[in-house]
Every structure is written in structure tokens, then in C-alpha cells.
Write a protein that binds this ligand. Structure first.
Ligand code: CMC
Length: 428
């Protein structure tokens, strides 16, 4: 039997249906609230209690620490799938057959050229520009080179736009790094796999043959899978809301990249390494930094800790911690920062403040340590996150358009001045 929620305001009762998800999550459907009550709205800053949509892409249980893409557990996907398969799964709903995967790969390769004039735009940025700002701008600039709007009712046009951005995005991401390093831009090599080619585009030297390293490529592939989607987080909600105005896919993605950049979201991976380095430079006193994080008069937060949804271990952090130990071991790297990270986590996980607030290490806590071991510069960490999140953003944008969702436009409760008469300058 369907469930009903009853709301009482000033003695008047209103009933609202309760929507039930396939994992038994309940949501009060308040679509008729304003109409029925004569304009009463809800208020929920940060949307901590608000479901913005129904979605069939990613399931997350923050209490139990469960994450699944289209029903498949993140642990299994990270172990058995490759990034392109996961991208296909997220976007189109099913794991690809061998033929579908081959076609997907081929179609992406067909589109992996970027207009030469894009280089002029890249040239205009100072070398010191943060790669996330450059990537967001270049993604937006792609619109000018691909101006035709996509008919979202045409499966073929939708597929074409998706393949185009999956192809060009790694080129642009790699270019942001090469520009900073004063390396000539590279278009990669279409005989390589998606992640291997990304690695080549980032690291190939103009006067040396590119040498691939399976260990490095596998680690990168796994990291990209772990970042590929995370339901209605800040950047994904941004992509959906920008797309809901019928702005195109590339414009929506560019906005998502900007949202991801912030240190409370994807930018945390850069902030974590900077924090760990600062602790190391300060003598490695983890207790001091735990105390700072707990001090309400100190703005310092333990970066890479806490999550809006996870009130248990972030399953991605568990996989990444294990992977960090393996990658560093296999590459023979000893990074004192890993010991500082483990020390911090050990203390925090037993500390009353963190235990009470259910603050656990999140995906960003250990990822930077692997990125660093793989030779990726710190300011590129969030770009790596964006590369991983791209299929998730695309899947969510596609779902939102196919479901013909209305434009995103929240309400507010106005708390400003009441009507007042204008005063000329001499009267003020
Ligand atoms: N260090 C110290 N205290 C914290 C932390 C932290 N990292 N995170 C949350 N708290 C405290 C917070 O001060 C608050 O305490 P009180 O109840 O006494 O006021 C309580 O825990 C709840 O925190 P909140 O800020 O209300 O929780 P939120 O859901 O709004 O924020 C968060 C979630 C991820 C923004 C936050 O935990 C945070 O700032 N973490 C550090 C940044 C970070 O690692 N971000 C990456 C998130 S995961 C990947 C991603 O989204 O990209």
C-alpha cells in the first residue's frame, strides 16, 4: 500500500504521497505543496533533506557505506571492469557487449581531434593559471567549435555529443598540464586504450618514445572508476541544473568543473596533500592538527574527512587506501606523507569529536598520495577527479533531459527589508 505523509499548518491538514525507491528509500513528494497550502514552501539550505530528482544511475547508502553504479558494487567494478566499460554502463544503463564496447572505443577515437584554434585560447592563459579554471574555460570554448545544438530526442545526436566530449576532454585535460610544464601539446595515439592514451598525452616527451607502465595505467584506471559518479553531489547537481535550462552538454559540464574545483568538493584532494605537507613541515605533529580541526575558533578542517552522505567509511577511501599502499610498494616509493595520513586517520577515528559526528576519511584522503606516486602534479589532482567524473556528469545530464525534467529553480524565504520609499542621494 502506498504511504502518505500528513502535514498540519494552522489546524489545516494536507496529505502528500510518499515515493519509494527500489532500495526502499522514502521521499515525501511535495510537488503540490505550494498550490495546496497557498504558497507555503520548504526551507533546506544545502539541500541536506531535499531529493532533487529520481535517478536510476547511482545508489549510495551513507550509513552502511554502500556505493553502486547501476546496481553493480563499486568494489566489483574497481576490481573487474575498465574505465570505458564503466563510462558506458553509467551513461547507457548496461555493461556493454564486446561489440558495443568496440564501437564505443572506435567512435571516441574518431572524435579525438581538437580544433587547432583551441590552442590559441590555451595560449592566452598565464602558465600559472590553475588547470581547473583552464579546463572549465576550454570545455566551454568547445561550444564555439561545435555550435550545433543537440536534439535530445534523437538518440543518434545524443550519442554523437557524448562520444565527442569523452574524446576531447582528456586531450584538453592533458593540455592544461603540458602548458604548465612548457611541453609541446600532444594528441595522443589512437592505437592505445583510453586511459593509456590519457597518460601518454600527459607525460610523453617530444624526444622520447612513450613507454607505458601497466601498473601505473591500472592504478589510474581504478582511480577514474572510483570517481565516476556519486549521485547528486555539488558538481553533478550543477550539471543537472544548468542543463535543465536547456543549455547544452558542454556548457553544463563546464559549470560542473567549476563546482568541482572548490576545496569542500573535488578540490579537497589537492587540499589534503597540501595539508599533509604542511603537517610534515611542522614536525609531523598530528595531535596538534587534530586539536585545530576540533577547535571551533579555528577555521582549519581536516581535509579529506567527513562527507555529506557517508556516516560510515567511504567505500572508495577503503579501496584507495589499499591501492595507495600497493602502488607505492610496487613502485618502490616511500612517501612519509602516507604515514602522516595513516597517523591522522588512526587518531581521528578514535577521537570523540570525529566519532560523535561520524567523520571518516573520504575519497580525497588517500587519492592524492597515489596521484603523486604516479608523477601527477598536485594542481592536477582535481583535474584527475574531473576526468573520472565526466561519465557520471554525462549520465546525469542525459537522464535529466530524457526524463524531461523542468528547469531547476528553487524558492526562498525572503528576510530582507519590507517596502520602503526611495531616498535621493542628498537625503541619505
Ligand atoms: N574537520 C573537522 N570538523 C568537521 C569536518 C572536518 N573535515 N567535517 C565536518 N566537520 C564537523 C563540522 O564542523 C560540524 O560540526 P558541528 O556539528 O559541531 O557544527 C559537523 O562535523 C558536521 O559538518 P557539516 O559541515 O555540517 O557537514 P556537511 O555535510 O555540510 O559537510 C563536508 C560535508 C564534506 C563539506 C565536510 O565534512 C568538510 O568540509 N570536509 C572537508 C572537505 C573534504 O574533504 N571534502 C571532500 C568531500 S568528499 C568528495 C567530494 O565531495 O568531492
Amino acid at each position: 500500500m502506498s504511504k502518505i505523509a500528513t502535514l498540519e499548518i494552522d489546524g489545516n491538514k494536507y496529505e502528500f504521497p510518499i515515493v519509494e525507491g527500489t532500495e526502499n528509500e522514502l521521499g515525501i513528494d511535495i510537488k503540490t505543496l505550494r498550490g495546496a497550502t497557498g504558497g507555503v514552501t520548504t526551507i533546506d539550505p544545502g539541500y541536506k533533506n531535499t531529493g532533487s530528482c529520481e535517478s536510476a544511475i547511482t545508489f549510495l547508502d551513507g550509513e552502511k557505506g554502500i556505493l553502486r553504479y547501476r546496481g553493480y558494487s563499486i568494489e566489483e567494478l574497481a576490481e573487474k571492469a575498465d574505465f570505458l566499460e564503466v563510462a558506458y554502463l553509467l551513461i547507457f544503463g548496461e555493461l556493454p557487449t564486446a561489440e558495443q564496447l568496440e564501437k564505443f572505443d572506435k567512435d571516441i577515437k574518431e572524435e579525438s581531434q581538437v580544433d587547432e584554434d583551441m590552442k590559441k585560447i590555451l595560449d592566452g592563459f598565464p602558465k600559472s593559471a590553475h588547470p581547473m579554471g583552464v579546463l572549465s574555460s576550454l570545455t566551454s570554448a568547445l561550444i564555439a567549435f561545435n555550435p550545433g545544438s543537440v536534439d535530445v530526442d534523437s538518440e543518434e545526436e545524443m550519442y554523437g555529443a557524448i562520444v565527442k566530449i569523452l574524446a576531447k576532454f582528456p586531450v584538453l585535460a592533458a593540455w592544461t598540464m603540458r602548458k604548465r610544464k612548457s611541453l609541446p601539446l600532444d594528441y595522443g595515439d589512437n592505437s592505445l586504450g583510453y586511459v593509456e592514451n590519457l597518460h601518454k598525452m600527459m607525460f610523453a616527451k617530444p624526444n622520447q618514445a612513450y613507454e607505458s607502465n601497466k601498473l601505473v595505467i591500472d592504478a589510474l584506471d581504478k582511480l577514474l572508476i572510483l570517481h565516476a559518479d556519486h549521485e547528486q553531489n555539488c558538481s553533478t547537481s550543477t550539471v543537472r541544473i544548468v542543463g535543465s535550462s536547456h543549455a547544452g552538454l558542454f556548457a553544463s559540464l563546464s559549470a560542473g568543473i567549476s563546482a568541482l574545483w572548490g576545496p569542500l568538493h573535488g578540490g579537497a584532494n589537492q587540499a589534503v596533500i597540501e595539508m599533509l605537507e604542511a603537517i610534515k613541515a611542522d614536525g609531523g605533529d598530528t595531535a596538534k592538527y587534530i586539536a585545530k580541526a576540533k577547535d571551533k575558533n579555528d577555521p582549519f578542517r581536516l581535509m579529506g574527512f567527513g562527507h555529506r552522505v557517508y556516516k560510515n567509511f567511504d567505500p572508495r577511501a577503503k579501496i584507495i587506501k589499499k591501492s595507495a599502499e600497493e602502488v607505492l610498494g610496487d613502485l618502490g616509493i616511500e612517501d612519509p606523507v602516507l604515514d602522516i595520513a595513516k597517523g591522522l586517520a588512526d587518531v581521528a577515528l578514535k577521537d570523540e569529536y570525529f566519532v560523535q559526528r561520524k567523520l571518516y576519511p573520504n575519497v580525497d584522503f588517500y587519492s592524492g598520495i597515489i596521484y603523486r606516486a604516479l608523477g601527477i602534479p598536485t594542481e592536477m589532482f582535481t583535474v584527475m577527479f574531473a576526468l573520472g567524473r565526466l561519465p557520471g556528469w554525462i549520465a546525469q545530464w542525459r537522464e535529466m533531459r530524457l526524463r524531461k525534467e523542468p528547469i531547476g529553480r528553487p524558492r526562498q524565504i525572503y528576510v530582507g527589508e519590507n517596502h520602503r520609499a526611495f531616498k535621493t542621494v542628498s537625503e541619505r
